[in-house]
Design a protein around this ligand. Structure first.
Ligand code: SF4
Length: 321
């Protein structure tokens, strides 16, 4: 049986720039998949492909297919994809202010989603809005529903965005760096809320983040992207216990740990190349201590690991914890 969301060999281009190549991912109900990598690795573009949003930014899938609940997204017109996004897939953005209309009251912005996608009348939509707000532990929900966005704190605004994402009763939530704009205590609350939705409602969650600490705490599986390609995809336990790809290993060494001496935090030398300057062979080779002539000349294919994961490296560690 296929997964709820399945990307099979997906390549994406915008104009002449080939930005994603051969991405394989699967995500099912009740699972949290972390999509990680530095800026420019292709995380957000992968999410846009999963939501059928590429045409809106002039992008297209050039190879492979994206399937949601068995339906190939390329067979849907824009109306079908729009319905899918509001009704079956909810989206939580990095910056809640860009998702909220500053001149509409909070409650009305949530109501409209269930009116549009579930066909509820005004009273039923408002009842659903207040119920969702209570589930997201928003105090005095009725009063907050009458407030304007600028009257709420950043953490409260992000809860409202999550309520909007849930209002169409979706099966999948895609959250793109949902806590970046928030302070540390509020970050933890928002992540707990998202994890609770997966546990209590059986939702699937795709969590885009550059924070491996968050991944270790929340995710079931992890997909590591580098320069538009999948480097490694595995269950969270083995990926931290024995990363198979040098880039994954480098990312895990970037996690600050309790008791760590000042100055001992590892960084990854260099930067992700731009799409216009992708190197030949393995795109990570200019930053990889293990790179050799094969790495510089030949693209490493994705191969299966004994634990069911995938890795793309000529000199991958065996990957067994
Ligand atoms: Fe490093 Fe070579 Fe593996 Fe690329 S293929 S990650 S350069 S060892």
């Amino acid at each position: 049986m296929s997964a709820l969301l399945q990307l099979s060999g997906v390549s994406v281009a915008i104009g002449k720039a080939h930005l994603l190549e051969g991405i394989d991912l699967a995500l099912d109900r009740g699972q949290i998949l972390g999509l990680v990598g530095e800026s420019g690795s292709g995380k957000s573009l992968t999410a846009m492909a999963a939501m059928g949003l590429l045409p809106l930014i002039g992008g297209r899938v050039t190879a492979g297919e994206v399937r949601f609940d068995g339906t190939d997204l390329s067979t849907l017109g824009e109306a079908g994809r729009r319905h899918l996004r509001g009704r079956r897939i909810g989206f939580v953005t990095q910056n809640p202010m860009t998702a909220l209309d500053p001149v509409q009251r909070i409650g009305a912005q949530i109501d409209v989603v269930s009116r549009l996608h579930l066909g509820l009348d005004k009273a039923a939509a408002r009842a659903r809005t207040l119920d969702l707000m209570a589930q997201l532990r928003i105090p005095e929900a009725a009063a907050v529903a009458e407030a304007w966005p600028h009257q709420l704190s950043g953490g409260m605004k992000q809860r409202i965005v999550i309520a909007m994402a849930l209002a169409g009763d979706p099966d999948l939530i895609i959250a793109d760096e949902p806590t970046t704009a928030l302070d540390v205590t509020v970050q933890a609350q928002i992540l707990q809320i998202l994890a609770g939705l997966v546990r209590d409602r059986g939702l699937a969650l795709m969590l885009i983040t550059h924070d491996m600490g968050v991944v270790a705490q929340l995710c079931d599986r992890v997909a590591v992207l580098y320069a538009g390609r999948l480097a490694e995809e595995r269950a969270v336990g083995p990926i931290f216990a024995a990363p198979a790809h040098p880039y994954t290993r480098a990312l895990t060494l970037c996690i600050p740990r309790e008791g760590m001496a000042r100055g001992s935090l590892h960084g990854i030398p260099g930067a992700v190349p731009s799409a216009a300057a992708y190197p030949a062979g393995c795109r990570f080779h200019p930053r990889c201590a293990r790179a050799d002539a094969t790495c510089r000349a030949t693209v490493p294919a994705l191969s299966a690991l004994p634990d069911g994961g995938l890795v793309a490296c000529h000199h991958a560690e065996p990957g067994a914890p």
